[in-house]
Design a protein around this ligand. Structure first.
Ligand code: PMP
Length: 430
């Protein structure tokens, strides 16, 4: 039993952390325990977690807990001594990248990773201009707030930033998609020209290969490659933010950028990397890492400490031992097929999004306009039905489902059954 009431805890949280520190749900959920894909609240009720990607290999995985415990009892300190645990991890992680991505900066979070990647790009190119998607989120530092368009921030878009509307080809014919692609690339040309005219030049394009905050958009074939080619022609670098799309979640690929015919110069990592232990990274080329290292004494006290590295290495080992990427592919295909069926049955479901164990449903009103109220209602109903999901997108109408990678087939079925029941409570099947 919990020693306090949830209402009491909420009052104390507001009194200490303030009322603006975000919480999910109309009635915030007090969680006390996790195991695998399951979470337990303060009353002892369990929920299927179909939202959290940080506990990548499952909540409270014993192999991660043991690795952290062992390392904490052995040695943990800052990063300026030689220690094999750190190097062992760097080697194991870099093995999962194709050449020439064979160097790693360790950091503590996704924000730090993006901050550092943009700094590397700025110094390498001598330019400051940045392209982002016009509904994206890359982190919470001052310079990232200046390029944030997908969450409310007080900072205006920086003068050195241009936000591109990412084209979405879902539901289009090939011919329509290629027209859309051409006009979106023209927009990119204009944005680059405007950065050059303003004297910023172009240092980088920064994008999430899954366009997840944007609502899991599906850009037309060739768009991302075309954008990267234009960025490089203008002297800029390509930065893939793999904080959400990385570590095999997409099933078919280990890294989201592998969905495209594209090798970014910089790849940023976070969230799932340490299964909840705060660790992030920037993977890049030897040339860029060495150039930055020669010019800067880059020191980061906690980043990739022996304990962080032990946690992160345990994640990779569990992924291998439990074959989590192939499982994400198989379960992802099974889930996608069932979601397509729901889309046929329920007119409110306009499209199925995502890949592997990251999927979404776009919800619309009878007139075809976005239905954020339906997404809100379904998220709440699913919680009542014992399944945690969330919502994303420019119009806040895309259900977001992204369970830990250890999801079993039976748990996927439970998720889908509850989703179908909640959809039919909202609107009878067609
Ligand atoms: N990039 C992306 C795509 C993210 O989703 C997030 C976090 N939501 C970040 C960067 C920032 O990561 P962190 O919160 O670890 O700083």
């Amino acid at each position: 039993m919990s020693p306090h009431s949830t209402a009491d805890l909420l009052t104390r949280r507001y009194a200490t952390l303030g009322e603006h520190s975000p919480l999910f749900y109309r009635e915030p959920l007090e969680l006390v325990r996790g195991e695998g894909v399951w979470l337990t609240d303060a009353t002892g009720r369990t929920y299927l977690d179909a939202y959290n990607n940080v506990p990548h290999v499952g909540h409270a995985h014993p192999a991660v807990a043991d690795a952290v415990n062992r390392q904490l009892r052995t040695l943990n300190l800052h990063t300026r001594y030689l220690n094999h645990v750190v190097v062992d991890y760097a080697e194991a992680l870099l093995e999962t990248f194709a050449d020439p991505l064979d160097r790693l900066f360790l950091v503590n979070s996704g924000s730090e990773a993006n901050e550092l990647a943009l700094r590397v790009a700025r110094q390498h190119t001598g330019h400051t201009g940045v392209l982002v998607s016009d509904f994206s989120y890359h982190g919470n530092t001052t310079s990232l707030a200046q390029l944030t368009t997908g969450l409310t921030v007080a900072e205006p878009l920086g003068d050195h930033v241009r936000a591109l509307r990412i084209p979405d080809a879902a539901g289009l014919t090939d011919a329509e998609a290629s027209v859309l692609c051409a006009s979106a690339l023209q927009e990119a040309d204009q944005a680059i020209a405007s950065l050059q005219a303003a004297g910023h030049g172009l240092s980088a394009v920064l994008f999430d290969p899954l366009f997840s905050t944007e609502g899991l958009l599906r850009p037309p074939q060739g768009y991302v490659e075309g954008l990267a080619a234009r960025v490089r022609a203008a002297g800029g670098l390509v930065v893939a933010d793999e904080v959400q799309s990385g570590f095999g979640r997409l099933g078919d690929v280990m890294w989201g950028h592998e969905l495209f015919d594209l090798s970014p110069e910089l790849v940023t990592l976070g969230k799932p990397m340490g299964n909840g232990h705060p660790v992030g990274g920037v993977v890049t080329t030897a040339e860029l890492l060495d150039e930055f290292g020669r010019r800067n004494m880059y020191f980061n006290t906690f980043a990739g400490s022996p304990v962080s590295s032990a946690a992160a290495h345990a994640v990779l080992r569990v992924m291998d031992a439990e074959q989590l990427r192939p499982r994400a592919r198989q379960n992802g295909e099974f889930i996608a097929a069932r979601l397509e069926q729901l889309a046929r049955e329920y007119p409110a479901v306009a499209s199925v999004r995502g890949q592997g164990l990251f999927f979404g449903l776009t919800l619309v009103r009878p007139d075809g306009s976005a239905a954020p109220e339906a997404a809100r209602a379904l998220t709440e109903r699913m919680r009542e039905a014992g399944v945690l999901i969330s919502k994303i997108g420019r119009e806040d109408n895309v259900l977001k489902m992204r369970p830990p990678m250890v999801l079993e087939r039976a748990e996927a079925e439970l998720l889908l059954d509850r989703l179908a029941a909640c959809l039919s409570a909202l609107e009878p099947a067609a």
